[in-house]
Design a protein around this ligand. Structure first.
Ligand code: COA
Length: 130
């Protein structure tokens, strides 16, 4: 789902690591996570979210299932266990995701030139207060 969503959104910067390393990377983030959920339809995965320390580390929906409320449903799960609010980083160029989070009540708190992330891609910190 991670690789499919990134391949579909062609503006995404190239992966900072080899595609084969994504599985082990996400498995490690999952092991460290406070919560993670997978949305499914008849057992077929539609999307997932990984939450750690009030931070949404990853939220991805399969391209063919986007704009059907899957992201909002996953976000609702994350909100329900986050009385202190939520934060995340999003690439500035990720306009669909920024529209999604704005609609979900997040505000854009800080923008960077990307020098602090692996992709060297300008990003923005989004926050939601419970
Ligand atoms: C961002 C993402 C998680 C949203 O999940 P989703 O299941 O598509 O979102 P929902 O169906 O719950 O909400 C849809 C709303 O989000 C916004 N949105 C989502 N995709 C959009 C797009 N391509 N263009 C404009 N707005 C978009 C709109 O407000 C939309 O409502 P509308 O369809 O009535 O206009 C999903 O598009 C995705 O996985 N994107 C690729 C990976 C990614 O960018 N993850 C976030 C990294 S920070």
């Amino acid at each position: 789902m991670f690789l499919a969503a990134r391949a579909d959104a062609r503006w995404f910067p190239p992966l900072a690591h080899a595609p084969e390393s994504v599985g082990p990377f996400l498995a490690a983030r999952l092991a460290a996570a406070d919560h993670a959920w997978v949305a499914d339809e008849d057992g077929a995965p539609l999307g997932f979210v990984i939450l750690h320390g009030g931070v949404i580390e990853h939220l991805y929906v399969q391209p063919e299932h986007q704009r059907r409320g899957v992201g909002a449903a996953l976000l609702a799960r994350a909100r329900a266990v986050s009385p202190g609010g939520l934060a995340l980083w999003c690439f500035v160029r990720n306009r669909p995701a920024r529209a999604f989070y704005a609609r979900e009540g997040f505000i854009e708190a800080e923008e960077t030139d990307g020098s602090g992330n692996e992709e060297r891609e300008p990003d923005v910190r989004l926050v939601w207060r419970a």
